[in-house]
Design a protein around this ligand. Structure first.
Ligand code: BEZ
Length: 240
């Protein structure tokens, strides 16, 4: 294959708003057909550099411990690294049998871990970033919605373990935006005020500034927030 073509394959970067690239893969939980098998669910597809490495081990323990929490938000987890199936199995067994970290022990990873020794999936998802490593995937996190669309992407370098509170917060924030047609401001967490879309006409702008005691709090015509009770939000987004 031409060098240019290989380079293009490696650097293909799916973007927010794209359909999640489809693939079939072997995993530690059997074969999967992605994203078709996950229709109607959110999926977090994440890559990690290699099995039997410490940062990755800590991350897998956190993800496995949080799997039910993500499940309650209608979200499945799928991992990937450029290792073979038997390496994956051996590593996950070692984690369960031997590793203790921050109060977690005997942690069983029950979500699928894709074998991607050919890098086919990693290349499709832009997980190989040659400036960081030509042979290991960076720590990518793809949020894929129930319609199979990519809704958010976070990349971390090899040395930096992910923040799982942020990954969960981002998921719930996007579900909140979908369910209530609102946006979420900086550092938003369930229970905080949400942002309503900016006024789209002079009339609406005026109306918003005139309303002094409605449900909206407007700092200016383009900056309006409203309350969204945590209970209502969680009842809606965690109902599945
Ligand atoms: C780790 O998971 O510990 C790791 C993997 C690749 C490079 C650096 C750290």
């Amino acid at each position: 294959m031409e060098t240019v073509q290989v380079q293009e394959q490696i650097t293909a970067m799916p973007r927010i708003g794209d359909k999640a690239p489809a693939f079939k893969a072997v995993t530690t939980q059997g074969n999967i057909n992605f994203p078709a098998d996950y229709k109607g669910k959110w999926v977090i597809l994440f890559s990690h550099p290699a099995d039997f490495t410490p940062v990755c081990t800590s991350e897998f323990m956190r993800f496995a411990t949080l799997e039910n929490k993500f499940g309650n938000a209608n979200c499945k987890l799928v991992g990937l690294s450029i290792d073979g199936l038997y390496s994956h199995i051996a590593w996950l067994r070692t984690i369960k049998d031997k590793i203790e970290f921050k109060g977690m022990k005997n942690v069983e990873v029950k979500f699928p871990l894709i074998e991607d020794i050919t890098m086919e999936v990693a290349k499709k998802y832009g997980m190989i970033q040659p400036g960081e490593s030509k042979t290991q995937a960076v720590r990518a996190v793809f949020f894929i919605d129930p319609k199979g669309m990519i809704r958010a992407i976070i990349y971390y370098p090899l040395s930096l373990g992910r923040n799982f509170d942020e990954i969960y917060r981002a998921l719930i924030a996007m579900q909140t935006s979908d369910a209530f047609k609102v946006a979420t401001p900086a550092d938003w967490n369930p229970g905080d005020d949400v942002i309503i879309s900016p006024a789209g006409s002079c009339g609406v702008a005026e109306e918003r500034m005139d309303k002094k005691d409605g449900e909206l709090q407007c700092g200016d015509w383009f900056f309006c927030t409203k309350k969204l009770a945590k209970e209502e939000l969680l009842h809606t987004v965690l109902k599945n």
